[in-house]
Design a protein around this ligand. Structure first.
Ligand SMILES: CC1=C(/C=C/C(C)=C/C=C/C(C)=C/C=O)C(C)(C)CCC1
Length: 292
């Protein structure tokens, strides 16, 4: 499984570097990468949350699970509609935690784990968002005015880099140097890339693929022969429902909204399915941590 993760990271880095060297400004390149990675890895990695804690979930438990999942989505949607800035802040914080957490799947932290996740996730998110601040700002303009923030980017990034490097050092000592080097190079790359390309390369190859290999590992004993095929089969129902749901909603609004507004709507939809996913994934990963 480690091989797949490494291969994914090499593909991600190659796509990013190829963009900078040969495809700078090419919208087609960005959209093809975005759609392919989102459909093949991004959305599927969250499509078997119902099996993570209970791989042979029965009908009754599945219904209960779906009810809880939809309840979290409904409450969070209400927060987006009534307090959009609060909802955005919550989305950024929980995403930072969730992204940070996926860097320590095989090497659990013993000290300050939540702070390390949030710090590392904030470092990654800030390189993505500040790396293409004009675009970030135009998307967020629909809910908040962030025009005064560009000059703070470098301090925020440096702060979270320093904090993350320190916390990695506290946990792993010299052995943490490789990870610090990896996140530093990754941060540099993400900072150079356009917003959506940087986001999807990170999301696909540093977050979703490692999470998915962990999910496969947890389920493989329940997958009988042709494990990979059966695993993909399990990913399909909720992946297709999410993709079709997102596509229909964007299609419905596409004539009433500007492109930036549609992009924001896309991320709000992603946040709605992410909120319960982050919750269940955290329960799954914390339970697994004790096995290492
Ligand atoms: C890129 C981007 C944003 C942040 C997106 C985030 C934070 C996504 C998180 C996704 C998760 C956590 C998926 C779950 O697996 C904003 C600020 C909304 C708008 C500008 C573009």
């Amino acid at each position: 499984m480690k091989g797949i993760e490494t291969a994914g990271k090499i593909i991600g880095a190659t796509l990013g570097i190829s963009y900078l060297l040969f495809f700078e400004g090419n919208e087609m390149f960005q959209w093809i990468c975005f759609a392919t990675i989102l459909i093949s890895i991004g959305i599927p990695h969250g499509a078997i949350d119902h099996l993570l804690l209970n791989p042979v979930v029965g009908r009754k438990n599945l219904i209960r699970f779906i009810f809880k999942y939809l309840l979290i989505i409904a409450v969070y949607l209400a927060i987006w509609l009534i307090f959009p800035i609060l909802a955005l802040a919550a989305f950024l914080i929980m995403s930072a935690y969730h992204f940070g957490q996926s860097h320590f799947l095989k090497t659990p932290l013993n000290k300050f784990s939540s702070l390390t996740y949030i710090s590392l996730g904030s470092f990654i998110l800030s390189t993505i968002l500040w790396g293409d601040f004009n675009y970030t700002q135009s998307i967020l303009a629909n809910i908040i005015d962030v025009r005064g923030l560009p000059q703070y980017g470098i301090f925020v990034i440096a702060f979270f880099w320093g904090l993350s490097a320190t916390l990695i050092g506290v946990n792993f000592g010299e052995k943490g140097l490789i990870l610090v080097l990896e996140i530093s190079l990754l941060g540099l790359l993400l900072y150079q890339l356009p917003l959506l390309l940087g986001f999807i390369i990170y999301f696909g190859f540093w977050h979703s693929l490692p999470s998915m290999t962990e999910e496969f590992d947890a389920l493989k004993d329940y997958l009988e022969n042709q494990k990979l095929k059966n695993f993909i089969k399990k990913l399909l129902p909720f992946t297709s429902m999410s993709l079709i749901g997102i596509a229909l909603i964007l299609l419905f609004f596409h004539q009433m909204m500007e492109f930036d507004q549609l992009t924001l709507l896309f991320f709000i939809l992603v946040s709605l399915i992410s909120a319960p996913h982050i919750w269940y994934m955290n329960l799954f990963l914390e339970a697994r941590k004790n096995q290492y």
